[in-house]
Design a protein around this ligand. Sequence first.
Ligand SMILES: *Cc1c(COP(=O)(O)O)cnc(C)c1O
Length: 425
Amino acid sequence: MKYLSTRKNNENISFKDAVINGLTNNGGLYVPEYIPEIPSDFFEQIESYDDLDIAFTVLKPFVEGSLNDAQLKSILAETLNFKIPVVPVEKNIAALELYHGPTQAFKDVGARFMSRCLSHFNSNENKEVTIIVATSGDTGSAVANGFFKVPGVEVKILFPKGKVSAYQEYQMTSLGENIHAFEVDGTFDDCQKLVKKALNDQDLRTKKSLSSANSINVARLLPQMLYYFFAYKQLKKDLKGKKMVVSVPSGNLGNVTAGLVAKRMGLPIDKFIAAHNINDTFFKYLNTGEYAKKTSVLTYSNAMDVGDPSNYERIDYFYNGELDSIKEDVAACRIDDDATLKEIQDCQENNNYTLDPHGAVGKLALSELLKEDEYGVFLETAHPQKFAKVMKKALPEFVEETADLNECRKTQLSNNYEAFVKVIS
Ligand SMILES: *Cc1c(COP(=O)(O)O)cnc(C)c1O
């Protein structure tokens, strides 16, 4: 499989190089040159395959030429060593719980896959790779955990000051060793801009082997397709002729993009819902046809506080910029903080199911848009414990596990490119 740029140039490189580069030469994102289709009998028999076989079948064509079968299988086995269950919540609605990994958010899947790919690709090189990553909370933790003590890899995490939860901060700052966390005086979008600028800085990149671990990296994005297949496998017998709709709490749109690729491979999901908080750039785009990036604002679902979602560029590319075709596959919904809190309370009371603030946005969006002939799944993207402050606001009886913030190791960083370059060179 070759990888091309969303901002069409003549770049045409392997999976390995796309993972190492992170961002294309001309500032675009890598996309596979085509999306392979899986024959329909695979879906007819999906219950008879185990998850690792499914994962192997789905990802094999995307890594062809860079990983052999044994290497891919071994990376997948290490990546997927926790459960990913579908849990019924109410009539015709179930949660896909993606938070049973080591840092309790779905980002563990992509981060573990990517870290193992990179350390494999780097095992014959004697050059150190520096991973730079911007986070609104969960990516930092997952990447830190995934790369912790990986030889030849240094990780620099940028997170917005005062805008991540105590638990998230603890998870990304307490490891030390090859993991370095920087608290940036700015928003998530500012962090993301610094990272993108460094990846586009050809001068810097000749001196330093840089890569990114944001969902702009194909090795983060592609494995995120897998849990949609696992969800379908678990749900198939309960669909009873209903169409499957998946609501995805969305920020940078990586998760929803992965779902759209899975759908194009043939996975029988009828529609996706990009569920947003009031950071509604994509929601507005679907309604008006105009993409107008905004400054992100802080909400209770902070991992979705993104005003200029990077994967919009991939969606636009895959659909040739045709708004009507995008809208056939994905709808969007916008949920504010008050409604989010209320949904956490209602779901606890009515279903005895504890939603985290992101899952609450996903579930409420689903309830608003779900039709009679549809069965809805929303992604529970993180464990409620990661957002204890918000949870206590919604559910006074919520018990917080304490994070030892004394163990945090972080460096302050101004929102300034020169300052950032200094800490990565
Ligand atoms: C990252 C994250 C999201 C948003 O996912 P995208 O792929 O950026 O759209 C949603 N919920 C949680 C808990 C997250 O960590």
